[in-house]
Design a binder for this molecule. Structure first.
Ligand code: CA
Length: 218
C-alpha cells in the first residue's frame, strides 16, 4: 500500500517513514499542505497520515477540503496530547482514526492496516486465490499451506491486488507502487515482477486482462 505522511517534525516524520516502510508499505513524506494537496491529486494513496499543525496551515482544513471533494480515502490524525479539541474536530471533519503523540510505531502500522481494510470494504484480512492464501494483516503468503517468501516489491504488488480482489489494476497503478520505493524502475518492471510472482505462486495466481491490467486469478 502507498501511504502519504504529512508531518513537519523531522524526527517524527523520519521515524514514521522508516518504520512504516519496513512494514512493506511505500511512504511519501511531505511537510507542507500545498505539497500534500499536489500529491493527493496525482497518487492513489491507501491511507493518509495527517499532522494538524503544518507551516502553511491547518491539517483540518485539508481534511475538510478532501471530504468536500468527495474524497473518502482514510485519514489518521496525528495529534499532540494537549489538543483534545482538535481530535474531536478532526473526527467530526471526517477523520477515520487518530493517534496521540508520542505513539507506538507498531500501533500506528496496526491502525493503518485497520482503516485500510475498512475502507476497502474487506474486513477479512485473509484473501484466498486457489491454493494461495494471503494474510494482509500479518503479511504472510502461503501456497498449499507452505510459507512463500516475497521481496518487498513483490509483496507491494500482491498487497495492491489483494486489497481489491475483484478489480482490475492497471499497469500504471502497479508501476506507481513500485516507484514509491524510491528507485528507478525499468519500463518492463511490472511484467518482470508479475512473472516472478507467477513462478512462486502459480501461473493462474495473477491474470492478465489484455489492455486493462491485472487481477487476481481464481
Ligand atoms: Ca506540526
Amino acid at each position: 500500500m502507498r501511504v502519504l505522511l504529512i508531518e513537519d517534525e523531522p524526527y517524527l516524520g523520519q521515524a514514521v517513514q522508516e518504520h512504516v516502510a519496513r512494514g512493506g508499505h511505500a511512504v511519501d513524506w511531505v511537510q507542507r499542505l500545498d505539497e500534500a494537496d499536489a500529491a493527493l491529486r496525482t497518487v492513489d494513496y491507501g491511507v493518509i497520515l495527517l499532522d494538524l499543525h503544518l507551516p502553511d496551515g491547518r491539517g483540518l482544513d485539508l481534511l475538510r477540503t478532501l471530504r468536500r471533494r468527495g474524497d473518502k480515502r482514510p485519514v489518521i490524525i496525528l495529534t499532540a496530547r494537549d489538543q483534545i479539541r482538535d481530535r474531536i474536530e478532526g473526527l467530526n471533519a471526517g477523520a477515520d482514526d487518530y493517534l496521540v503523540k508520542p505513539f507506538d510505531l507498531d500501533e500506528l502500522v496496526a491502525r493503518i492496516l485497520a482503516v485500510a481494510r475498512r475502507y476497502g470494504g474487506n474486513p477479512n484480512p485473509v484473501v484466498r486465490v486457489g491454493e494461495v492464501e494471503i494474510d494482509l494483516a500479518d503479511r504472510h503468503v502461503r501456497r498449499d499451506g507452505r510459507d512463500v517468501e516475497l521481496t518487498g516489491r513483490e509483496w507491494a504488488i500482491v498487497d495492491q491486488l489483494a486489497r481489491h480482489p475483484k478489480a482490475t489494476i492497471s499497469k500504471e497503478q502497479l508501476e506507481e507502487t513500485l516507484y514509491a520505493f524510491g528507485a528507478e524502475i525499468e519500463s518492463n518492471a511490472v511484467e518482470v515482477y508479475i512473472s516472478r510472482l507467477r513462478k512462486k505462486l502459480g501461473r493462474d495466481f495473477i491474470r492478465t486482462i489484455r489492455g486493462l491490467g491485472y487481477r487476481l486469478g481464481g
